[in-house]
Design a binder for this molecule. Structure first.
Ligand SMILES: [Cu+2]
Length: 219
């Protein structure tokens, strides 16, 4: 029995295929006996490899996992493993046994799954990584109720944050290291600005309202 020559890790898939063959004559075409019994049987001879799924693109630095199927001349599934290659590893890498594609640089390349001398191919486009918004020269933080809005801003070194105080009084205490600006005492109905001349993360807290906090990133 040919299945007995398979390594243990393939045994489950081989058994699953055999189960399908029992109920579907189109799978093997060899009658009721699921397991091929002669070396010349076409049941386990791969005549086609196809890549499954719809993935055609991946961003730089991101991954997408491709799958593949192998079929015999009758279209029946053949349990096997695939070797994956990328035509251009400078554009996209692929795990040789996993089909996990990692975008490297913007462009496109062909990913190939190979088994039994047959190849399945998929052209993958690598797109630019999504970028966080650039830091601002000036950001505004409002205080609608007991919260900073937004509670996270990103500014350039030398940038300014404008704090808009309405009727409800708040204070602003700054955390962080060097370059920490002067705290803002309890204030209402005013606009107060602070300039950040040192890169870093500066937490902000209002001690009048527990949980009223945020962070200013200077970069
Ligand atoms: Cu407050």
């Amino acid at each position: 029995m040919k299945y007995r020559t398979l390594p243990p890790r393939f045994a489950a898939r081989a058994c699953a295929c055999a189960a399908i063959l029992v109920v579907s004559a189109s799978c093997g075409g060899g009658g009721g006996d699921a397991a091929p019994t002669s070396p010349g049987s076409s049941n386990q001879t791969i005549s086609n490899v196809s890549i499954t799924g719809n993935a055609t693109s991946v961003a730089v630095g991101a991954t997408v996992t491709l799958g593949a199927t192998a079929t015999n001349a009758s279209g029946g599934s053949v349990a096997t493993t695939f070797t994956w290659t990328s035509a251009n590893p400078m554009v996209a890498l692929v795990g040789s046994s996993t089909g996990v594609v990692t975008g490297v640089a913007v462009g496109s390349t062909t990913i190939t799954a190979s088994a039994g001398g047959q190849n399945g191919v998929r052209v993958i486009s690598v797109t630019a990584a999504s970028q966080p918004p650039p830091p601002l020269a000036q950001a505004t933080i409002e205080m609608p109720g007991a919260a900073f809005s937004p509670n996270a801003v990103s500014i350039v070194v030398g940038g300014t944050v404008t704090f808009v105080f309405t009727a409800l009084p708040h204070n602003v205490f700054f955390g962080g290291g060097a370059g920490r600006p002067a705290d803002i005492p309890v204030t209402s109905n005013q606009v107060v600005q602070r300039t950040f001349t040192t890169a870093g993360l500066f937490n902000i807290n209002c001690t009048l309202h527990p949980g009223m906090s945020g962070v200013i990133t200077v970069q």
